[in-house]
Design a protein around this ligand. Structure first.
Ligand SMILES: [Zn+2]
Length: 328
């Protein structure tokens, strides 16, 4: 790795720095302080420590519920998952706002939390085991590229330079540990969706949590809503600010069409109306589908009956029929 990554300071040194800046972390969460605070001395260290502690504070209440026994936090950083489609159709600003993601690197896995710009988690979460990553690499432009075992590629931008240096090192160490321990977790997809309520894995293409019975919007349900009425899908996904901006734009285009229709050249108004239906509706439907496909959007909260139904063998009926067919 790069030569100017600092030699980690002992935990006591980090702790004394935190105390000096009047920063305290939740004592119930096991942090490996020497890696979480990778830079504790030299130019810019104070700002760096404060910035990181502030980000950690935002996620602590959620993180406490997500961590497993004996799971230790090694690093916390925030970046933006980049999406060319979204940047193209909703603008780079909104694509960045909607794709803020906090990374929590632990000794077992990488947790990803969709967040607001200040790092406060929203409602979409993922887990990624280190063994599911083929490549975890910062590239020349400052982006962080993740190539996953199931063929998916994720690109994150907006990580400060320090994070781009520190994260691959931690990743490599964790992977070496996996090899030593022979740890090969099985997954339904490389980056698994986590339930927004109980943080258990919700397997690929499932939209009900087996553990707590919470259910989630399917991308189709959301896309259809946006197709019928632009911004409807975004409201369901609780992207209220974006939905409001979109709704205003949509209403303005209608207002424009109607004002032309009632004017001296009504035929141009029909053209504007046609554009609304040919472009605005399908583009929003497509965009909603792309956003929804990335993670879970909660619909209803926990429900015991729904959890039982999801656990019942009937849900796996197709698999069982296949097995039965194989029997003599
Ligand atoms: Zn759940």
């Amino acid at each position: 790795m790069s030569e100017d990554v600092e030699v980690p300071a002992p935990a006591e040194v980090v702790q004394s720095q935190l105390t000096k800046f009047k920063l305290s972390l939740d004592a119930e969460i096991p942090y490996r302080l020497v890696t979480v605070f990778a830079k504790i001395s030299g130019w810019g260290a104070k700002g760096e420590i404060k910035r990181r502690a502030k980000l950690i504070k935002q996620i602590e209440p959620t993180l406490k519920k997500m961590l497993l026994p004996k799971e230790e936090v090694l690093y916390v950083a925030k970046g933006t998952q980049s999406s060319t489609t979204e940047a193209l159709f909703m603008g780079a600003y909104w694509a960045a706002v909607l794709n803020q993601t906090v990374f929590v690197l632990t000794n077992l896995r990488i947790l990803m939390l969709r967040s607001k710009s200040n790092g406060k988690p929203t409602h979409t979460f993922w887990v990624l085991y280190y063994s599911e990553i083929d490549l975890f690499q910062p590239n020349w432009s400052g982006a962080m590229k993740l190539k996953l075992k199931d063929g998916k590629n994720l690109t994150f931008t907006g990580f400060p330079k320090l994070d781009r240096k520190a994260m691959p090192t931690i990743f490599q160490e964790a992977l070496d540990n996996y090899r030593k321990l022979g740890f090969h977790p099985t997954v339904s997809q490389s980056r698994e969706n986590l339930c927004s309520h109980c943080f258990q894995v919700v397997p690929k293409d499932r939209y009900v949590c087996r553990s707590c019975g919470s259910d989630f919007w399917t991308p189709k349900q959301l896309a259809l809503r946006s197709l019928i009425f632009p911004s409807w899908g975004d409201i369901c996904m609780k992207h209220y600010q974006f939905a409001a901006v979109e709704l205003i734009g949509y209403l303005v285009s209608w207002f424009w069409a109607i004002s032309i229709l009632t004017g001296p050249n009504p035929e141009e108004g029909w053209f504007v109306l046609a554009m609304i239906f040919i472009f605005a509706h399908p583009v929003d439907g497509m965009l909603t589908y792309s956003v929804a496909k990335k993670g879970l959007s909660p619909r209803h909260g926990p429900d015991e009956a729904r959890a039982l139904a999801e656990q019942s063998p009937e849900t796996d009926e197709e698999d069982e029929e296949l097995l039965e067919a194989e029997e003599p």
